[in-house]
Design a protein around this ligand. Structure first.
Ligand code: NAD
Ligand code: ZN
Length: 383
């Protein structure tokens, strides 16, 4: 047998910028990031989350004005495309196809840009479409929800839902750049504003106890929409996510461990069971409460630590229970438990669930004691 072992590595670098009023013509963040090719300005297709456009009608005009003001460096290839916001954006192929068609019609090449402005669902879907056209266009994310600014928008994954599974189709494709504009957060409904804080708790509980303490201390401020506190929380959470991706040794998740998905096996299942009426952040809060309760039953964290998690989440106004947790499937078992096998299949290899052990640190486990998990569900039940 002859064998050639091919080996190379590709370093990835992308900026994650934090700003205000990104489309004010005097703000140079975007114009300095997009690199014009050797001849002419940088060509860009902009895609806007319809939910966002409803919340800020003037956005399309602002974007057009911004590109006009920077026309020596930037060219808007067409009027911004608006796509449905929320999970509908990534349910099935239709929106993905629409973006690919728009990119083709505008003759975007691999040095052109697709800029998505919106929540995590729209960013996932547009990023997926952009990663497929010509095997990858330059993709810039401008996340507009707390969750997308601190988590979904800063990482390396794109995707869409298909066949009844979250993120069934998707790609690992680092963005060209990310720009978090905190002003977008002001128009969020309360559920989306606070939902994103669940991802801050998630990463704090398994990685950073002082940050967990900070979140608990500022729970009321977060609930009452203190913009300055939220900006700190978003920046810190994004930094923790970015550090993990850069330093975990597995940015493209080739192994089975996925610590950033603490609480997510149940969350993804609950989202599906609710027909996506439960938002991702809300579902993550319930998933964190469930897995923290299970971790307490497994003696990985103390009852005091578990109670601090539940109190921190509830003080923020995040839920720690859904009646869906009690819904039973065909064999009389809680339906949510089907999320364990779906999670394993999505990761590949053997089941790997991250739990806090102790608070501020993590442990990976490969089996779940189902009677104990059912007991954890019972302990969360408010009645
Ligand atoms: N790729 C990743 O690494 C990653 C990580 C975590 C989560 N996600 C995905 O992100 C998605 C959730 O994203 P999300 O929590 O940002 O919610 P979302 O994108 O579903 O948006 C929620 C709602 O808020 C609206 N909206 C967006 N910005 C707004 C604004 N500024 N003002 C008013 N309304 C606004 C949207 O139109 C939508 O109706 C899920 O599909 C989840 O799986 C992806
Ligand atoms: Zn998440």
């Amino acid at each position: 047998m002859k064998k050639i072992v091919q080996k190379f590595s590709v370093p990835f670098t992308y900026p994650v910028c934090f700003t205000h009023r990104v489309f004010d013509p005097s703000n140079k963040t975007l114009s300095s990031i997009l690199r014009p090719p050797s001849a002419g300005p940088a060509r860009a297709l902009v895609v806007i989350d319809a939910g966002l456009d409803d919340a800020s009608k003037r956005l399309t005009r602002q974007i057009e004005r911004y590109f006009r003001a920077h026309r020596s460096r930037l060219c808007l290839v067409r009027k911004p495309v608006t796509v449905p916001g929320g999970e509908n954006a990534k349910n099935g192929w239709s929106e993905v196809r629409g973006i690919m068609t728009a990119a083709g019609a505008a003759h975007l090449d691999r040095h052109s840009y697709v800029i998505a402005v919106g929540g995590g669902s729209v960013l996932d879907m547009v990023g997926f479409a952009a990663s497929l056209v010509h095997r990858g266009l330059r993709f810039v994310r401008i996340p507009t929800t707390v969750l997308s600014q601190n988590d979904a928008g800063v990482g390396v994954k794109n995707g869409m839902n298909a066949g009844g599974a979250k993120n069934f189709a998707g790609t690992f494709a680092p963005p060209f750049a990310v720009i978090d504009d905190f002003d977008f957060l002001k128009t969020l409904p309360q559920s989306e504003w606070i939902g994103g804080v669940a991802e801050a708790f998630k990463v704090a509980i398994i990685k950073d106890k002082p940050f967990f303490t900070y979140l608990c201390k500022h729970a009321a401020a977060l609930r009452e929409r203190d913009q300055a506190v939220m900006e700190k929380v978003v920046t810190k959470t994004a930094a923790l996510h970015l550090r993990h991706i850069a330093s975990s040794g597995d940015p493209f998740e080739l192994g089975s461990a996925r610590p950033l998905d603490f609480g997510h096996w149940a969350a993804h299942r609950l989202e599906l069971m609710s027909d996506f009426t439960l938002g991702h952040g809300t579902a993550v809060a319930i998933g964190i409460a469930l897995d923290s309760t299970y971790a307490m039953l497994k003696k990985l964290i103390t009852p005091t630590e578990r109670d601090a998690v539940i109190r921190g989440l509830t003080d923020c106004g995040l839920p720690v229970w859904s009646p869906l947790l009690e819904r039973t499937g065909a064999r009389g078992e809680p339906d949510v438990l089907a999320g364990l096998e779906q999670f394993r299949e999505h990761l590949g290899g053997r089941l790997c669930i991250t739990l806090p052990a102790p608070l501020g640190a993590k442990r990976e486990v490969h089996t779940i004691n189902l009677p104990l998990m059912k007991k954890a569900i019972g302990l969360l039940c408010p009645t």
